[in-house]
Write a protein of this length. Structure first.
Length: 330
């Protein structure tokens, strides 16, 4: 997979032109690698700040904020049928800006913000029974705007905001139902960052610390429990990766980041190659520029949905095919 290397500063979002809405139209689709296709709209109400997790060939989207109301509904998406089905509501306090991950066929949702309080409770969802149960509260301080990822046996949650920006990390063991603090990410504290996993490493970057965009990029070895600093997100003068409130995902040994905000809403998409530690620009998402969206990989298929464009909440869904060349007719 090839793309064109570009730059500016800040990880995950990109901008090359300005459109009349004041958002950054940061993609040039001519001969670009990567193709986006619109699929069935998300069936719940429009929202931002939701969470998503995947189990097998299906994906789940829950919670969020409509602009006036916090949410607790859960929806299951089957991409083979292009069909959404409402499932048992999340039983915790309605919230947005939470985190989610999946381990051993079950989904986990916790932390977040309910309009008044930062939250630290955690819940487990079993798709086999369509039932939730409360598990051990998050081991760190109650927070929102954190990142989460998982290995085959454990979940990980870190960074975020509890009244101050944070850099601590914790791991959850479902078998023991307990949280253990691990080594904090190097570099700066941050909120509204992104994370994705490739093999047994998690890559964390972007976000803001005290309102300042962060350019450092880190890899966490989940087997060794150690962090390694990678090249900064502005290492190449052509990079325009830095941002906050973006989404990230991985497939076939590559990581991707798209949407978000860098002094304006973004559509740009970038691919990360862990072998070269370099980024390449791919076709930007073809829907509205947005932030606070969710992304998920169901089986081998990649989707981005919901989010907000200024004050407008969204429910459109876009499938991303990085192996295809951009086709304006699709």
């Amino acid at each position: 997979m090839k793309g064109m290397n570009l730059k500016m500063k800040w990880l995950l979002f990109l901008g090359l032109g300005v459109i009349s809405t004041g958002c950054l139209d940061d993609s040039d689709d001519d001969d670009s690698q990567g193709n986006w296709t619109k699929v069935s709209d998300f069936e719940g109400v429009t929202r931002s700040g939701a969470v998503s997790f995947s189990i097998g060939e299906k994906a789940y989207v829950a919670t969020g904020y409509t602009g006036t109301e916090y949410l607790s509904d859960l929806w299951e998406y089957d991409p083979s049928l292009n069909f959404w089905l409402r499932k048992a509501d999340f039983p915790g306090v309605k919230r947005s800006a939470a985190v989610a991950f999946s381990v051993n066929g079950k989904g986990y949702v916790g932390t977040g913000y309910d309009g008044l309080n930062n939250l630290g409770d955690f819940w487990e969802y079993d798709p086999a029974t369509d039932a939730w149960r409360q598990v051990a509260d998050f081991g760190g301080s109650a927070r929102y705007g954190a990142v989460a990822f998982n290995s085959s046996t454990n979940g990980y949650v870190g960074t975020g905001y509890d009244g101050n920006d944070l850099k601590d990390f914790w791991t959850y063991d479902p078998a023991a139902n307990e949280w253990t603090q691990v080594i904090s990410i190097g570099g700066s504290k941050r909120v509204d960052a992104v994370a994705f996993t490739i093999d047994n490493k998690a890559y964390v970057g972007t976000g803001r610390n005290n309102g300042v965009y962060q350019y450092d990029f880190w890899a966490y070895d989940m087997s060794a429990g150690t962090w390694q600093q990678m090249l900064d997100l502005d290492d190449d003068d052509d990079y325009l990766v830095v941002r906050h409130n973006a989404v990230a995902f991985s497939r076939d040994g590559k990581g991707y980041i798209t949407t978000g905000n860098f002094s304006g809403l973004l559509v740009s998409t970038w691919e990360y190659d862990p072998i070269t530690d370099l980024w390449s620009e791919y076709t930007g998402i073809e829907g509205p520029a947005r932030e606070d969206a969710v992304a998920f990989v169901a089986g081998s298929r990649i989707f981005v949905t919901t989010g907000r464009s200024s004050t407008v909440r969204l429910d459109d869904i876009w499938e991303f095919k990085p192996e295809e060349v951009y086709d304006e007719d699709l």
